[in-house]
Ligand binder design. Structure first.
Ligand SMILES: *Cc1c(COP(=O)(O)O)cnc(C)c1O
Length: 806
């Protein structure tokens, strides 16, 4: 159906009418999207089945990537490009008077993630398939993705994101492959022939039904599977009535309790409520995935003893770490393995990525809650803990402090990161700096007793999605210069280095950027009514709203710049458009205040005629993957200004680099590796070093007031919050004021001066376009290392021990 334009057009029209029961002229872009999506899925299906069969026939080792989040965004364009039929469709549709972009816009973003962690999982799926690697994802099919962010009167309002409203053309429900997941109840122990048997009774069953989505490789006919689980109540009516003693209300209650498990994604949040449900979600994902993996394994292989040679299971952060006790449970209780053998298999199967050192983000669960909800799993965790502590006792006799520091269960809490480290054969950080902090600070004692477990895998991004799909103009310009080999081998972007001084190529790059900026400017006008000048510097700060990411530092610079322009009517600066986007977790009040602050500053600045449009401030609401795809190609300056040591890696930074933006950033996460790759002279690093930040924390000798009192600019800015125009807002910016002056945990004031100085260098550098374009080209040329293809190859070779097939 995609052989050529004519067969495509004929099939498309035929399907369009039969699917929607309307005349072609009556169909909406949404109808057209549904039709094209279904055609693509059908087209993929034979490769999908073949890929699965091929892996089974070859008995190749498979990896399963367990993640509570997959921030997929849209699939259509990606899939069409991967299948090599994008231009046939685009041109065919054009001849039918249908605009491809409008049609693409009708696909809902699958927002099943908060930010970088979820997007990483999605880019990994893309790389696994494109590298012909037998790797699949396991996640939850949340009925509601991350909330939709609306802005009212400058405030963030959260609205449910019902992304499945029109269905999901990519998924296939497989009710015949459902599994039962058990919550609550009691465990009975029984002894027979000297063996202990465990029986889980009086539990509440939940049915996990898989919805499979195809993950399409680039031009290679590999289609892997992303399996998303949906929670349902047991289906047989008589069982239902038994379960609830024929009580209708109890049945309704039970249905509600089960179905809510896959209802919504938890916002990334340090002070979350309703945590029982979150733990239920985690076990639900893990139990359904492991039962499914073991059952599939047994279809293909004889002996479960070989499990870890044929299966690798990766846990994306600690959220799916119950995979460790769950695999133990299956092997012991259902397959009759001894503890020792089950442990050997489990710990050789599972590996774990740590994503953060923020202490509030390290998961723990109260024992009581955990034991009530997962009685058998609790017993296993307790046993893992006891055996581990006994080993520790041998290594550190009588050193109670050390043992309780390292224990999995302590202070009435289960520490998921400790469980993860003890039960995995590899633990990795996500940038060199982050992995070193893990090894030498946060998990120093673990690393000293198991030094070979700790490793680094610097994150990456899909260069297909973030360059080929998101910035086809730039991709085309690159291919014209160096050929298309970079698509399969992104390090070939290196060849652009030869063009960094080429005036003609610089001009081409400048034209692409100007075009993308004009498009973004048009879109901003439509979205928010703000007129922005496409020739100004587009200075972009898009990521989750969080104190450590320091949107405040950026705002401080804007307020200072605004003051300078107001103070000197003759001052001419390089015009700048400051663009923000990001969601604040609903109960993270400080982050929500910062959203309001940005919008308030935007109103003041944008309406002030006296500054002659030299600066504009834009807050793009409801930031998600599709927004990132639109904004990043149009960016000149990439804001990566987290407090040094706090951003484990960052992946936004890599996307910007690959699209030719220059970074203003701290010595944090992957920024450092980006600087090493591009050369420090080709970006703008500033501020405290990670070791300085860590020393201040350790010694507690950062005195905010000293910094504040010595810098009149800071006195002026902070004064705005309590006496100036910002204090006149209904909003209470005093909370921001006090959080900074009392504590300034993230060193906003400390780094302010260095940041402003560096921003002035940026403004100055931008004026010399020839130099700027040269730096931009060198950034693109060195961005190939940050492709997730490189990351996935490293995971495959060093952790999972899986190889590309075919
Ligand atoms: C890449 C990406 C992120 C991660 O951005 P960071 O700057 O690394 O925090 C978050 N959200 C979306 C939609 C992304 O595409």
């Amino acid at each position: 159906m995609f052989e050529n334009k004519d067969t495509f057009k004929a099939t498309f029209l035929d399907r369009l009418v039969s699917m929607h029961g309307k005349e072609v002229q009556e169909t909406t872009p949404s109808d057209q999207y549904q039709t094209l999506g279904c055609m693509v899925r059908e087209f993929i299906s034979s490769s999908w089945v073949n890929t699965t069969d091929f892996y089974e026939e070859n008995e190749s080792k498979q990896v399963y990537y367990l993640s509570m989040e997959f921030l997929l965004g849209k699939q259509l364009k990606n899939n069409l490009l991967s299948l090599g039929v994008y231009s046939i469709c685009k041109e065919g549709l054009m001849e039918l008077g249908i605009d491809m972009e409008q049609l693409e816009g009708k696909e809902p973003d699958a927002g099943l993630g908060n930010g970088g962690l979820g997007r990483l999982a999605a880019d990994f799926m893309d790389s696994l398939a494109s590298l012909n690697m037998p790797g699949h994802g396991c996640g939850i099919r949340y009925k509601y993705g991350l909330f939709e962010q609306k802005i009212m009167d400058g405030y963030q309002i959260e609205v449910p994101d019902y992304w499945l409203k029109e269905g999901n053309v990519w998924e296939i429900r497989k009710s015949d492959q459902a599994f039962e997941v058990r919550f609550g109840g009691e465990v009975h122990m029984r002894e027979a022939n000297g063996d202990l048997f465990f029986e889980h009774i009086n539990y509440e069953p939940v049915i996990a039904v898989p919805y499979d989505m195809p993950m399409v490789g680039y031009h290679n006919e590999t289609v892997n599977t992303l399996r998303l689980w949906s929670a349902e109540s047991i289906m047989k009516d008589f069982e239902l009535s038994e379960l609830s003693n024929h009580n209708y209300h109890k049945i309704v209650e039970y249905k509600r309790r089960t179905e809510e498990i896959s209802e919504f994604l938890y916002p990334d949040d340090s002070t979350e409520e309703g945590r029982v449900l979150r733990l239920k979600q985690q076990y639900f994902l893990v139990s359904a995935s492991l039962q499914s993996i073991v059952s599939r394994y047994k279809k293909v292989h004889q002996d479960l003893k070989e499990f870890s040679n044929k299966i690798a299971i990766h846990t994306n952060d600690t959220h799916p770490v119950l995979a460790i006790p769950e695999l133990m449970r299956i092997l012991m209780d259902e397959e009759g393995f001894s503890w020792k053998d089950a442990w050997e298999i489990t710990s050789n199967t599972i590996s774990y990525t740590n994503h953060t050192i923020l202490s509030e983000a390290l998961e723990t669960w109260p024992i009581e809650l955990f034991r009530t909800l997962l009685p058998r799993i609790y017993m296993i965790v307790e046993e893992i803990n006891e055996r581990f502590c006994r080993d520790l006792w041998k290594k550190f006799p009588s050193n109670w402090d050390k043992i309780s520091d390292l224990a999995i269960i302590a202070d009435n809490q289960i520490r998921m990161a400790h469980l993860a480290v003890v039960g995995s054969h590899y633990v990795n950080g996500v940038s060199k700096l982050h992995s070193n902090i893990l090894k030498n600070q946060l998990m120093k004692d673990f690393a000293s007793i198991m030094p070979n477990k700790f490793t680094n895998k610097t994150n990456g991004i899909s260069h297909r999605r973030w360059l080929l799909v998101a910035n086809s103009c730039l991709a085309g310009t690159i291919t014209e210069a160096i050929g298309s080999s970079w698509i399969n081998n992104p390090t070939a972007l290196q060849n652009l280095t030869n063009f960094s001084n080429d005036r003609g190529f610089q001009e081409d790059i400048a034209k692409v950027k100007a075009y993308n900026k004009q498009n973004l400017a048009n879109w901003i006008y439509k979205d928010s009514g703000v007129v922005v000048d496409p020739s100004s510097i587009f200075d972009v700060h898009i990521k989750r709203m969080h104190a450590y990411k320091r949107q405040l530092l950026n705002v401080f610079h804007i307020i200072d710049l605004y003051r300078r322009i107001k103070a000197d009517p003759n001052l001419v600066i390089t015009p700048r458009t400051f663009i923000f986007g990001g969601k604040a977790a609903p109960s993270y009040h400080l982050a929500k205040d910062i959203v309001k602050l940005i919008n308030t500053v935007a109103d003041i600045v944008n309406q002030d005629k006296t500054i002659r449009d030299q600066i504009k401030v834009v807050f793009i609401k409801n930031y998600g993957v599709s927004d990132a795809e639109r904004i990043i190609p149009a960016t000149d300056v990439s804001e990566q200004i987290s407090t040094a040591s706090k951003e484990a890696s960052g992946t936004g930074n890599m996307k910007f680099m690959m699209n030719g933006a220059l970074t203003i950033g701290t010595h944090d996460g992957a920024n450092i590796e980006i600087a090493e790759a591009a050369g420090f002279e080709n970006l703008f690093l500033f501020g405290l070093k990670p070791e300085e930040v860590l020393r201040y924390y350790a010694e507690g000798n950062y005195i905010v007031r000293e910094v504040y009192n010595q810098d009149p600019r800071l006195i002026y800015i902070l004064d705005q919050f309590i006496n100036g125009p910002l204090s006149k807002e209904k909003a209470d910016f005093k909370s921001i004021y006090y959080s900074l002056l009392n504590h300034d945990e993230y060193f906003v004031l400390k780094d302010f001066s260095s940041y402003v100085e560096t921003q002035n260098k940026v403004a100055h550098a931008y004026v010399n376009q020839e130099e700027w374009l040269k730096k931009s080209i060198i950034n693109i040329a060195n961005s190939g290392y940050f492709s997730s293809d490189r990351t996935i190859k490293e995971y495959g070779e060093e952790i999972w021990k899986i190889k590309p097939m075919r």
